[in-house]
Design a protein around this ligand. Structure first.
Ligand SMILES: [Zn+2]
Length: 351
């Protein structure tokens, strides 16, 4: 399903499956959830090299290995044809300095699924497609068939990004947490913090329905951010921003206790600059960290979290509506209009 540009419906394009290159794996896509960044591209808020195949929150099934492939997952266990797998949203050179420093998402030869240009020999790299070819330098992990497909699909973007944010935040146990932004990242963050023994979890957003849903993901206190500034509590140990909204980030900073940490994840689009009272940051010994995407350790953490804990939280309510691949344009239209946490493309229905 090829995306050309904003305002033009995506169209089905048939291409033969090419011969696999050394180290590649052919996967039949089973389910793809549509991420906020897919919607940004669809709405013209971010530019990709086009034509492209969108969709990077994918779960699939291994169909074939290239001949010389060692057939191991990221942690060294054997992979088989027929395994249900999820994989990192990018591949990069594991030998690059950035990869060795724990930042493979900024490594050399970076390739991102669902963001790449379609060419004659290389079109199978997005989730809105029947198949995907996994390149070398991609972390691949099997996922149990007991995890529902729409839950497995969100692992490699939303859940893994949150795993990275929590890694940066440090020890969560007994901490008072603030999460600004109650989209899927915020929900997952609440659930992971709950699971890691957070004392209190404060959730803040401008959407009352989403705030209410966050209670089932572990939130203890809900705060509507469209009220006057100062609505948020004080004494926060760790403030996660998943919204990217300057107002939320600024208010989040004001809540922090002495020695606290802010982790910013949501700021992946252009907004006004935020205002920081530097003196206040210094006197309170505040640490501010940013995270874009994640590393492979975070990916393994996310796979394990969903495998072990998905039934403890309503992850099966994240994808509120499913469409077949042929109705991808309807799915995007629905997502833009109704703003559910996720809509899904069920590729099993499509084949
Ligand atoms: Zn995403």
């Amino acid at each position: 399903m090829v995306f050309e540009e904003q305002g033009i419906p995506m169209h089905l394009q048939k291409q033969p499956i090419p011969e696999l290159n050394k180290g590649e794996i052919l996967v039949k896509n089973l389910f793809t959830s549509i991420c906020g960044s897919d919607l940004h591209t669809y709405c013209g808020l971010r530019q990709e090299k086009v034509p492209t195949v969108l969709g990077h929150e994918i779960v699939g099934e291994i169909v074939a290995f290239a001949n010389e492939y060692n057939r191991l997952d990221y942690v060294g266990n054997a992979l088989q044809i027929g395994d249900r797998v999820t994989w990192s949203i990018f591949s990069s050179d594991p030998e690059s300095a950035m990869s060795k420093a724990g930042m493979p998402q900024k490594g050399e030869r970076l390739f991102k699924y669902g963001h790449a240009q379609v060419s004659e020999n290389d079109a199978l790299h997005g989730g809105l497609s029947t198949h995907c070819i996994l390149k070398t330098g991609t972390a691949v992990m099997p996922i149990s068939k007991s995890v529902p497909l729409p839950v497995a699909a969100i692992i490699n973007c939303a859940v893994t990004t949150v795993a990275g944010a929590i890694r940066l935040a440090g020890d969560i146990s007994q901490k008072t947490i603030l999460i600004t932004g109650c989209g899927l990242l915020g929900m997952v963050c609440a659930a992971m913090c709950k699971q890691k023994g957070a004392n209190y979890i404060h959730m803040a957003d401008i959407n009352a329905n989403r705030l209410n849903l966050s209670k089932a993901f572990g939130a203890d206190y809900l705060h509507m951010l469209d009220e006057k500034p100062g609505v948020l509590p004080q004494g926060i140990d760790i403030a996660f921003d998943m919204s990217g909204a300057p107002e939320a980030i600024e208010q989040g900073l004001n809540t922090l206790a002495v020695g606290a940490t802010a982790v910013w994840v949501g700021s992946v689009f252009n907004t006004r600059k935020i205002q920081i009272d530097a003196e206040s940051i210094v006197r309170r010994l505040i640490t501010i960290k940013g995270l874009h995407n994640y590393n492979f350790e975070d990916f393994v953490t996310a796979v394990n979290f969903i495998t072990d804990c998905h039934h403890l939280f309503p992850f099966d309510q994240v994808v509120t509506k499913e469409f077949p691949l042929s109705a991808t344009n309807d799915a995007f239209g629905y997502a833009v209009k109704y703003k559910p946490l996720r809509v899904g493309i069920n590729l099993e229905q499509s084949q």
